[in-house]
Write a protein that binds this ligand. Structure first.
Ligand code: GDP
Length: 297
């Protein structure tokens, strides 16, 4: 299960302080030392760990906490608050364009779960928001990716726009947006090419697609299992392209949690959705507060 190690260690640590009628600065220091180790072990970005420890410590040694009747509880509440803040605080909803179609670009490296997530997102947008999505197969370098999207579209009864592999992705995206207007599809979700590594060519292609019609969302799909690599990928995509949000996939696996806890802080872009399995309904809006509660038990 995701976050298992982190969860266990944090729970163990806060258990020690929970029932205390009196909490000293020494107690807080000792607790934060353990919290720090737990976060580092969970592969959380070092700068993020430092900032987190500093924020919690500053708040926890405040006189209103120390002198309160339940200082242990208060300290735990602070840890929970700061974990929530670390992951972005509020849930961040999809930005729909009030002049349809809303354009959503899906970007990411190969294997992260981009095509699967594209299908899941269309499914969620139709179900939850009652909209009519059009999927766009713009990964022309991998015929298998186009086929995969077409299969998902069939399975979901959601239309897929494709022009094979001989037409440029920019042309495909442009035509797809035109068709969406004609057919009254109010959301266009473009599955762009994935590569094994970030390269100039990929970024240029994504910028060219972005230039057709400023997307309302650019979602970067990253694999939670890859830890700090996912954070670096997010940072690079964000700097080159300006993403609007992250979808963190494979949180149903046994990820240590580093990506989930670091991405927001490092990129200042919210995690909007989490992938919780391979099935088409396994995509959930990301709720920082719920995730913090889950981690702290
Ligand atoms: P792409 O290359 O980025 O388009 O990746 P795919 O969409 O083809 O996904 C790669 C693999 O990851 C596939 O086997 C998916 O079923 C799997 N996958 C995607 N998202 C999730 C998820 O949230 N949880 C799990 N367990 N597997 C996922």
């Amino acid at each position: 299960m995701a976050f298992e190690g982190l969860s266990e260690r944090l729970q163990e640590t806060i258990q020690k302080i929970k029932g205390k009628g009196k909490v000293t600065e020494q107690d807080v220091k000792a607790m934060m030392r353990e919290v720090r180790f737990a976060l580092i072990e969970a592969d959380v970005n070092l700068k993020v760990v430092k900032e987190f420890v500093k924020n919690v410590s500053e708040r926890a040694v405040g006189s209103d906490v120390m002198k309160s009747l339940t200082p242990g509880q208060q300290v735990i509440k602070i840890v929970q608050d700061e974990l929530t803040n670390l992951m972005g605080g509020e849930q961040s909803p999809i930005q729909f364009n009030n002049k349809p179609p809303t354009v959503i670009m899906m970007v990411g490296l190969q294997g992260a779960g981009k095509t699967t997530t594209t299908g899941k997102l269309a499914n969620l947008i139709r179900k939850k928001y009652n909209r009519k999505p059009l999927l766009v197969a713009a990964d022309v370098y991998r015929p298998a990716a186009i086929q995969q999207l077409e299969t998902l579209g069939k399975q979901l009864s959601i239309p897929v726009f494709s022009m094979g592999t001989e037409v440029s992705p920019v042309e495909i995206a442009r035509k797809a947006i035109d068709q969406a207007k004609e057919e009254h599809n109010d959301v266009v979700i473009i599955d762009t090419a994935g590569r094994l590594h970030i390269d100039e060519e990929l970024m240029q292609e994504l910028k060219d697609i972005r230039a057709i019609k400023e997307p309302d969302e650019i979602f970067l799909v990253v694999d939670a299992m890859t830890g700090q690599d996912a954070v670096n990928v997010a940072n690079n995509f964000n700097e080159a392209l300006g993403i609007t949000g992250v979808v963190l996939t494979k949180l149903d696996g046994d990820t240590r949690g580093g990506a989930a806890l670091s991405i927001r802080s490092v990129t200042e872009k919210p995690i909007k959705f989490i992938g919780m399995g391979e099935k088409m309904d396994a995509l959930e809006p990301f709720h920082p507060e719920r995730m913090a509660s889950r981690i702290l038990g």
